[in-house]
Design a protein around this ligand. Structure first.
Ligand code: ADP
Length: 216
């Protein structure tokens, strides 16, 4: 099964992609997570990535396409994968198509998660990420437990450098509307886009997504 998650920052793509990956036993490929790991290195690339991510800007199509191409050719992706955060521009979508064509792979479904802007702001400004397993919590609605992460027991969290209202409203949401939103129409025309209301609880949304995937 090959799945793409689409939706604005804060829509819950990461949370849902993780649940689905576990259920289907295929890897969850989050370009944001991959880039955050690359940016933690204290070298030239690490430092420039850190700066781009913090500002909410996008890294170049060329770089991210190379990263994704190398990742999906690894052994663990042979039965499928879930893409979260890629493609994010029309150029990336076309690059992905070329890569997949060469591998004889077809995307089974594109899951689009819709959430209104006010909820997105609350989710982004309250987001807490488990330092070890990246499970997502929120200080307003689902705070990180005092005795540690419910999945892995880790006691520490990370607050993402780009999770501030300024970078979110002025840059990330704008970038999403200008560069990523056109992909909704792009995949809709290919007839494999399914929309989900992402404003409910993570478990409810996951159940709906899994039901849809089972029917494909
Ligand atoms: P979100 O979707 O919540 O904004 P992600 O964790 O997916 O966050 O990505 C974090 C950052 O990593 C982005 O703001 C961007 O700087 C970079 N990034 C992730 N995926 C891509 C991509 N496909 N193309 C360009 N930049 C990307």
């Amino acid at each position: 099964m090959h799945v793409i998650f689409l939706g604005p920052p804060g829509a819950g793509k990461g949370t849902q992609a993780k649940i689905l990956a576990k259920k289907l036993n295929i890897p969850h490929l989050s370009t944001g997570e991959i880039l955050r790991i690359m940016s933690s290195k204290n070298n030239y690339i690490g430092k420039s990535l850190k700066d781009i991510i913090k500002k909410g800007l996008l890294v170049s199509d060329e770089l991210i396409t190379t990263v994704v191409r190398e990742r999906i050719l690894l052994e663990d992706c042979q039965h499928g994968f879930i893409l979260d955060g890629f493609p994010r521009t029309l150029i990336q979508a076309k690059n992905l198509e070329d890569i997949l064509k060469k591998q004889n792979i077809k995307i089974n479904t594109v899951i689009k998660i819709d959430v209104n802007e006010n909820i997105l702001i609350q989710r982004i400004s309250g987001r807490q990420v488990c330092k070890k397993c990246n499970k997502i919590y929120n200080k307003y609605f689902n705070p990180f437990p005092k005795n540690g992460c419910i999945d892995c027991g880790e006691k520490n969290i990370i607050i993402r450098s780009d999770d501030n209202e300024n970078a979110f409203k002025k840059v990330r949401l704008k970038k999403y509307n200008e560069e990523t939103k056109p992909l909704v129409e792009y995949y809709d025309k290919k007839n494999n886009l399914v929309r989900f209301d992402g404003s409910g609880s993570a478990t409810e949304i996951a159940e709906k997504i899994i039901k849809t995937i089972k029917s494909i």
